[in-house]
Structure formats: structure tokens, C-alpha cells
Design a protein around this ligand. Sequence first.
Ligand code: MN
Length: 288
Amino acid sequence: MKLAIFDDHRLGVVTSEGVADVTAALPWPYDPDPLTAGWWRRLCRDLPSIRGELERAAKERPPVPLDAVRLLAPALNPSKIVAAASNYADHVAEMHGVQERTLGRVESWMMNFDIFLKAPSAICGPADDIVLPPAVLEAGHEIHHESELVVVMGTVGKDIPESSALDHVAGYTLGLDMTVRGEGDRSRRKSYDTFSPLGPYLVTADEVGDPADLDIRLSVNGAERQHVHTSTMITKVPAIVAYASSVMTLLPGDLIFTGAPPGVGPISPGDTLVTSITRIGEMHLHVH
Ligand code: MN
């Protein structure tokens, strides 16, 4: 099942015919205010028990064409965005050159797999533009795209064993981990507003299948820059979830970016980014 948040934070089920508004089928009072709404996190937690009702409601409502709605990010008030670093060998290799150019040296500790945090306020949706901060551009820093598979957590977990990690996953979406290169902590360099475009949908784990059998692609102005198969992740999704949950309790709706494929590079105002993942979807994003 594909779930979308659209227009005034309505909930939709997406099919080949469009999006059906199933907001009224939610089994709790609906709060459209994105600052106070907790329904999305409950939805992520309780998806197995309410998806039947959502699927029934979707069949009863006429679908609206996707181009007639404004898709928002398929995430609402996550307690955190966890992100994996250095998770594809070819990306780790290319970062030596990137760091020499943008930092003037190679930070060897950054070449090892680990996790860090991005601000949830950096999330934007598939209909939004990526805004490059003028002060960052004026200072001469490169701002890079990292096109990543993103895990959406379902049930709460701490110290989750790798063997049951996927049981805690509600589904997956596609995200860009936009990044300023240069000096400074990752949490600042990756947390500017609009630096986490997400979408176009949350695709449930059963529909995505094996998260290690997906193609991630990204092109800039029609030229392909990133194309990777997720089987080449150094630390696979179950191990990322297990590791992250050994540090912090993972809550429903939390997001986990799974690491940049090789081919990262700078973008500029006026660029158009097209990114896609098998069985998840595609986003066209403009850069301002
Ligand atoms: Mn990244």
C-alpha cells in the first residue's frame, strides 16, 4: 500500500488511478494542524491493524488524479531523523577527493560507518523547492545531493535484534540528504530548511519487499549522477535499525536515511533533480 499526505495534511491511499482521501477512515480524531498532529505516528505504529479499513475506504472513494493534489512529505512530526554515514564503498572512496577539495584535508573518522541526526524541520515535500541558503553559496561552499532509501519506523524499539529489525519497519520512502560540504558538524551542514525532501509516498514494507533489492537513481538536469543497487550497502537496513536502536529508542514515524550512494556532487539554483527508487516512486525537485 502507498500512503500519501496531501493538501491540508489529508491522508491518501495512492493507486494507479490516483489518490483516494481516506482521512475519515482514521479510527481517532483527526487533527489537521501539523504542529500538534500525532495521527501520523499512530498510523505508523498501528498500520497492521488499520490498513484493512484504509484499503476498504480507498475502494469506496473516487480517486483524484495525482496532479490535482499537492503532495506533502510522507512524514509528520518525527521525533528524529537518523542518518547513516559512509555506507557504500564507492561513496567512501569518492569522499577522499571531495574532502580534499572542500575541506582541504581528509577526515579519516568520517570514512567509517556511523549514524548522526538531522533536524526534522529540514523536511520538505515532493512539491517543494530545495532552497540553497544564500549565505552558504556566497561563502563559496558546495551543496551536494545524496539520494537515499529512507526507512519509516513502525513500532517502538530499543536494542532491536537484527533478526527482527524489519518487523519494526512500517515502510520506506525516498529522501535527499542535502549536505553543505566543508567545515562543521554534519548536524548543522545537513539541517538547513528544505534539506530533507521526502516522498512521494510511504510505501509499506510488504509492497517494497527486500530493501537490499532496490535501484536508487538521481539525475541533475537530465544527466545521471547516482545509480546504485541497495545490495551494495556496507551496513544493510536490519543492521542499521539494530545499531540505531542500540543508541536511542526508535519511535513510530522516525526516519532513517540509509546512506549516500556514490556520485554525490554540487547543485546550483535553477537545477532540476529527478530521483527515484524501485517500487517506491520518483520525485522531480527544483533548486532555488
Ligand atoms: Mn547521507
